[in-house]
Design a protein around this ligand. Structure first.
Ligand SMILES: Cc1cc2nc3c(=O)[nH]c(=O)nc-3n(C[C@H](O)[C@H](O)[C@H](O)COP(=O)(O)OP(=O)(O)OC[C@H]3O[C@@H](n4cnc5c(N)ncnc54)[C@H](O)[C@@H]3O)c2cc1C
Ligand code: FES
Length: 322
């Protein structure tokens, strides 16, 4: 875990959300898709209010420079930066949205495990499922995978990355343009103002049916509200498809000491019993180990790993924490 003073280089509204770019070579060169940063939402060195950091997924890192750094030395680089996108809600996000270029923020990161991403193929495509402000880590995942496979643009007839983006209404759709450069995008809005009317899981189900009929074995990575993730977990269990979920619970400390971020899990082997601290053991978990409070997820699907740790050997095992 590393602490940084990061300079804001861009701060702008983005539809109903707000986008911040922060200069920080370490995060830009080390962050993996699904990892997050924990930011003190006040000027670095100024006061104590608000007290708690806020967690945000890394949405992108500066293009060529950061990608070169990943492949080479992993050394900090002053010119590299990363981006977050957030919904303005309470005091912390309101304060962050008031930041201007040149302000400095105290940042911990990158934190958490991130998605375990395999190179997708037409027979084993990657399905990214995002709801609302859960989409940013999936944008990072899509671009990282497409960079690693050398596919700058998607061939629409045979995509190996498909993105399923859900929102309440058209103005709240996140990341459509960026995702469309590297993935086939399926949109769903609850009010029908863009894409398919209804929940994003309907579009996912249609594609899971098609994949099963075509003998394909997709991998699913999802991020969004708990109810959406539970529905995705159930579908994946029914179709016997591996699924990783990124859980965005409140994270008061972000470093494993407060227990404020626990989620219920099945077969946990440690002192936390039926809970895992997702700041250090997540935020990405195998959907099979999460206790969704819905037995059908587990009765429908493949058998549960014997313990949470065994899930590390599962095809959807998680990456190492930092
Ligand atoms: C891994 C991860 C990634 C995320 N990525 C994004 C993202 O990309 N974009 C985005 O918009 N949001 C993201 N979130 C959610 C984001 O962290 C919250 O929206 C943000 O903390 C809200 O801050 P606020 O100041 O608006 O709200 P406030 O209500 O002022 O503050 C919320 C904070 O208060 C604390 N808190 C509140 N209630 C409790 C409680 N019951 N117990 C303990 N602590 C509490 C927590 O520290 C919480 O972060 C992510 C969350 C996680 C965990
Ligand atoms: S946020 Fe404190 S233990 Fe996870």
């Amino acid at each position: 875990m590393r602490q940084h003073i990061a300079r804001v280089t861009e701060s702008a509204p983005d539809g109903p959300f707000h986008r911040l770019r922060l200069a920080c070579g370490h995060v830009a060169s080390h962050a993996r898709p699904g990892q997050f940063v924990h930011i003190l939402p006040r000027a670095a060195g100024g006061g104590q209010d608000p007290l708690l950091r806020r967690a945000f997924s890394v949405m992108s890192v500066t293009g060529e420079r950061a990608l070169e750094l990943r492949q080479q030395t992993h050394s900090p680089e002053n010119g590299a930066s990363f981006e977050i996108l957030f919904r303005i809600g309470g005091r912390g996000t309101s304060a962050l949205a008031r930041c201007r270029a040149g302000d400095e923020l105290d940042v911990l990161g990158p934190l958490g495990n991130g998605f375990d991403l395999r190179v997708p193929t037409q027979q084993a495509p990657l399905f990214l499922v995002g709801g609302g402000i859960g989409v940013p880590p999936l944008i990072f995942a899509a671009h990282t995978v497409s960079h690693e496979t050398g596919t700058a643009t998607v061939a629409p007839s045979a995509p190996s990355i498909e993105a399923f983006v859900g929102a309440r209404t058209a103005s709240e759709i996140v990341g459509e343009t960026g995702l469309a450069a590297v993935a086939q995008v399926h949109l769903a809005t609850e009010d029908g103002s863009r894409g398919q009317r209804g929940l994003v899981t309907r579009a996912l189900e249609d594609r899971l049916v098609a994949a099963a009929q075509g003998g394909k074995r997709p991998t699913v990575c999802a991020c969004g509200p708990w109810s959406m993730l539970r529905a995705v977990a159930l579908l994946c269990a029914q179709f016997k498809v591996s699924c990783q979920v990124s859980l965005e619970e409140n994270m008061p400390c972000g470093i494993g000491v407060c227990n404020g971020c626990v989620v219920p899990v099945l077969n946990a082997p440690d002192d936390y019993g039926r809970f895992q601290r997702i700041c250090v053991q997540g935020p990405v978990l195998n959907s099979l180990i999460v206790d969704w409070g819905d037995a059908s997820v587990h009765s429908a699907g493949p058998s549960l790993p014997a313990t949470v740790d065994d899930s590390m050997d599962d095809p959807v095992h998680q990456g190492a924490s930092q």
